[in-house]
Design a protein around this ligand. Structure first.
Ligand code: ADP
Length: 493
């Protein structure tokens, strides 16, 4: 089949600019599309915090772009380089605001200005480029204005044949901003600030960039089928439910994959003893190494773990409850990053009061320790309030670690309960609870710990079922290719 030219425009791409799962999505899908023979270009801002050691052959490709913004015209350059085999374009914006020299990817008061200027430069670049992408794949609110600018302006300037696919990774962040930002880009505020275009449904004086992306894109996806349903039918849509229902004909949930090369217990350089489905007993050596590293004692108790950002979205209260509950019969390890000091303080307090022989709560980001935890733990706990997809449960299952999760979003699409599921036994791989309550959590944890204790052969079966499943990007990439081809069906080649 004919090869496509796909430009993926995003605020993140692992490992060069990663804050979370979005970075993994761009890297994973981009590499798999390339492996299928397509031409892929990742377009990112040129942040001062790029991991430059991950970029090969960085060189300028365009020096003379000028983009109107407010009352000035901003001079921009574009550079290109290779990141893990992917061709990346880095947009350098020479504005007096130093838009991408902030020492971090997100979190500034002018984030809406920063990322809309980025979108504008991307279109200006493609307008002047020799070849135009077949598909521009945009992601999250930071790129929501791109399809708006494309169809309001750039279509007439030569980008008539390019189509836009727009992926929603988290509805908790929608890019709310003042309408004057639209006029700063030369757009017609009167025309755009209407209920059927960019006006926010909850606050009519506010523009909503994610809403713009949904309305103006040719197709919209989100990162799991269950989250696609939840954001149309429950408050998880955070105000965009009706809009998504209105556009359900161009909307689909496509489950994310994980990078099965990085996350492979048979080759993982961060774990002391390699194993796979045929050599699962070797996992015990990693458990010993994990206990040793965290000063936990050797014991015949199960080891339960959490690896997570410690944000409200992830179910902080349930995590705290689970730690105390588990310590009566098992050991607990937590690795987490907390941006709110109050949340960090709660975990520090609990860690100080717990028995150090059986509990270690470690705050901070540690890639190698995360690998060792997946390899060493028996159970992983993910009690999220909402979870668009979640990679942690898929990674854990690949390492033979059994997930205990709240049945929301992508967790519901990937974890099938040992006792209560419509799936055949060979596909059951974990424990699921539904209500966000301590009682529901305890019920699932008790079933998991009980099975580990009383029926080790059944518990082993769950581990094996999880390890056997395919979490690679292969299937989902085919789905995205179907979407891209569907969008290009009417364009003569
Ligand atoms: P989200 O993108 O919402 O943070 P995901 O489950 O999609 O959640 O992805 C989380 C990823 O980040 C996983 O790869 C997990 O191993 C990693 N991770 C989370 N917290 C930490 C941490 N403190 N140290 C190392 N890795 C972490």
């Amino acid at each position: 089949m004919e090869s496509l030219y796909i430009a993926m425009v995003s605020a993140e791409c692992a490992p060069v600019a990663k804050a979370g799962g979005l970075g993994d999505f761009i890297h994973g899908l981009g590499r798999e599309l390339m492996a299928c023979g397509h031409e892929v270009e990742i377009v990112l801002p040129k942040y001062d915090v790029l991991r430059y050691e991950c970029i090969q052959g960085l060189r300028p490709v365009r020096r003379d772009l000028w983009v109107p913004f407010e009352r000035e015209t901003i001079h921009c350059d574009v550079e290109s380089g290779q990141v893990d085999g992917l061709r990346c374009l880095f947009v350098d914006v020479h504005s007096r605001h130093g838009f991408f020299n902030r020492g971090r990817i997100y979190g500034d008061v002018d984030d809406a200005e920063r990322f809309t200027v980025f979108c504008h430069v991307v279109l200006e670049y493609f307008r002047h480029a020799k070849r135009r992408p077949d598909v521009i794949h945009c992601n999250d609110w930071q790129t929501g204005l791109l399809p708006v600018l494309l169809y309001e302006r750039y279509e007439r300037l030569g980008l008539r044949r390019t189509r836009v696919c727009y992926s929603l990774h988290n509805l908790g962040y929608q890019g709310w901003c003042e309408p004057r930002l639209l006029s700063a880009h030369g757009l017609d505020v009167q025309r755009l600030m209407t209920p059927d275009r960019l006006q926010d449904p909850g606050n009519p004086r506010c523009a909503n960039l994610m809403k713009g992306g949904i309305v103006y894109s040719n197709f919209v996806t989100t990162v799991s089928p269950r989250y696609a349903w939840e954001i149309q039918h429950t408050e998880q849509g955070m105000g965009l439910q009706s809009l998504l229902k209105q556009y359900h004909g161009k909307f689909a949930g496509v489950l994310n994959g994980i990078d099965v090369t990085t996350w492979n217990p048979a080759t993982d350089a961060a774990i002391p003893c390699h194993y796979d489905i045929d050599r699962l007993p070797r996992k015990a050596k990693n458990q010993r190494a994990l206990r040793e590293r965290l000063d936990l004692i050797e014991t015949a108790r199960p080891l339960v773990a959490i690896v997570s950002r410690l944000e409200r979205q992830k179910g902080i209260e349930l995590m705290l409850h689970a730690i105390s509950y588990t310590l009566n019969q098992g050991q607990f390890v937590l690795l987490g990053t907390a941006s709110e000091p109050a949340i960090a303080a709660e975990f520090i307090r609990l860690g100080r009061d717990a028995d150090p022989a059986h509990c270690r709560l470690q705050l901070g980001y540690d890639e190698d320790l995360a690998h060792l935890i997946y390899a060493g733990a028996d159970l992983i706990l993910i009690p999220s309030r909402y979870e668009p997809c979640g990679l942690t449960q898929m990674i854990a299952m690949r390492y033979g670690c059994v997930p205990v999760v709240r049945g929301v979003g992508g967790l519901a699409d990937t974890v099938f309960d040992a006792n209560d599921s419509d799936r055949p036994f060979s596909e059951r791989n974990g424990f699921v609870f539904h209500e966000p309550t301590p009682e529901a959590l305890e019920g699932a944890l008790e079933r998991a710990l009980g099975l580990w204790r009383e029926h080790p052969d059944h518990f082993l079966q769950l581990r094996l079922n999880g390890m056997r499943a395919d979490y690679s990007w292969r299937t989902s990439t085919q789905r995205y290719l179907e979407i891209y081809r569907y969008l290009l069906r009417d364009i003569p080649t």
